[in-house]
Design a protein around this ligand. Structure first.
Ligand code: NAI
Length: 390
């Protein structure tokens, strides 16, 4: 169980690009990063509106002269300082991720970037090469996967408790975009424009969370083929989709189905994962994150609770609140930020042995998300046909 002790050599000097007062995801980053004192927020270019960004940053406790108007100013301003920023989180719209990440890495700064990481696998591979050359870490904030019951599902699969995996059933849906975009805010506008969102809307926006979580739980299963059917129920969003279904064939013969939608009117279920094996199934939803359904064929169904001693050690070691007390998204983000901090710390110390076995969402996880999206688009745009996974 984590109790907030510092697990790295010293706190990291941290900054943010984006995630300002009006940003949707910024607070999740700060609640994850600042929970354990592992990061200290020392600089930021928080907002496209420079004055609002400075006002916001100073309210967060950042010195006014370190609240910059642009990410370029942040890089230039921090470069001359002995106490300059060491790691920066990028919480801006998708189309900016690549250029900001590249500029930060070139300046010798570790990066924690939002998903979907970039627009193309080629961009991901270029950034992976740059990060490797510079000896820097790129983390990706698949924030839901730090929950101890996600680790529990992965451990149960690894320990053979489900048997051979047969069915993977993934859903992330909501209804916030069921209406048209006449009065849409900025966050919807950029998400529904291919120039700013990239080649997908809901597949990248929420589907990549599903895909990464399934990779965490089933690290040995690889997709061989997939079929993606996508549609814009609100026509102005085309060619991007507000709804998609994906069928997947895995290399062990398992079958997968994935449903993402932002037009599931009235639905507040958010994410649901069911992994079905030859002996038993597990099911978890972030709507009720403290409970894991464990259904053994022929036995009464069970509900496992986070933090209880009957869970696998892999789950208990990343629990924060202890049984009985709710453990949620903020805790999950705190774990993700901690694991990325440990990777940065190991990189700084040259501890490659630690990095070989340490699990955190890094550049590979970001790249695989983009690779999955490329395959989905190739299938959908050919008329929802089966394609080999490339
Ligand atoms: P948003 O539109 O609500 O906020 C974007 C923020 O970035 C605003 O504060 C804006 O002023 C700022 N910004 C934009 N361009 C900038 C620039 N060049 N320099 C400095 N600041 C800039 O967007 P939202 O919803 O917060 O999404 C941001 C990113 O986070 C996206 O890539 C999205 O996919 C991802 N996201 C991830 C989530 C997760 O659970 N991991 C949840 C929500 C969003």
């Amino acid at each position: 169980m984590y109790n907030g002790e510092l697990l790295i050599e010293r706190p990291l000097r941290w900054g943010m690009v984006g995630g300002g007062r009006t940003g949707q995801v910024g607070y999740k980053h700060r609640s994850g990063a600042l929970r354990d004192g592992t990061y200290r927020l020392v600089a930021g270019a928080f907002d496209l509106d420079a004055d609002r960004g400075r006002d916001f940053g100073t309210n967060l406790g950042v010195q006014p002269d370190r609240c910059y108007a642009t990410y370029q100013d942040l890089i230039a301003g921090e470069a001359g300082r002995d106490d300059g920023v060491e790691v920066v989180s990028v919480a801006t719209p998708n189309f900016t991720h690549y250029e900001i990440t590249r500029a930060l890495l070139e300046a010798g700064i570790h990066v924690i970037c939002e998903k979907p990481l970039f627009f193309t696998v080629a961009e991901c591979e270029e950034i992976a090469k740059l990060a490797a050359e510079k000896g820097l870490i790129v983390g990706v904030t698949y924030g839901f996967t730090g929950h101890p019951l996600v680790r529990q599902m992965a451990a149960m699969v690894a320990h053979g408790m489900l048997g051979e995996i047969r069915i993977v059933d993934l859903q992330y849906t909501h209804g916030f975009n069921a209406g048209d975009d006449t009065d849409a805010g900025e966050a919807v506008k950029w998400r529904t424009n291919p120039k700013t969102a990239g080649p997908t809307f809901v597949l990248g926006d929420i589907g990549t969370h599903l895909y990464y979580l399934s990779e965490v739980v089933l690290p040995d299963l690889k997709i061989e083929r997939l079929l993606c059917d996508r549609k814009a129920f609100i026509p102005s969003r085309a060619p991007l989709e507000d709804h998609a279904t994906v069928l997947m064939h895995y290399d062990n013969g398992a079958r997968g189905r994935l449903w993402v939608s932002s037009v599931n009117a009235g639905n507040m279920g958010s994410q649901r994962y069911r992994f079905v094996g030859s002996k038993a199934s597990v099911e978890w939803s972030d709507a009720h994150p403290d409970q894991l359904f464990y259904d053994v064929q022929g036995e009464p169904n069970r509900i496992l609770h986070h933090g209880m001693p009957y869970l696998e050690p892999e789950s208990l070691e990343v629990d924060r609140m202890g049984a009985l007390h709710t453990e949620g998204l903020g805790d999950s983000w705190a774990n993700i930020y901690l694991w990325i901090a440990q990777a940065i710390d190991a990189k700084r110390r040259g501890d490659e042995a630690f990095l070989k076995t340490h699990r955190y969402p890094g550049i590979e996880a970001g790249t695989e998300g983009v690779r999955w999206l490329e395959n989905c688009v190739r299938s959908a745009d050919a008329g929802a046909v089966w394609v080999d996974f490339e």
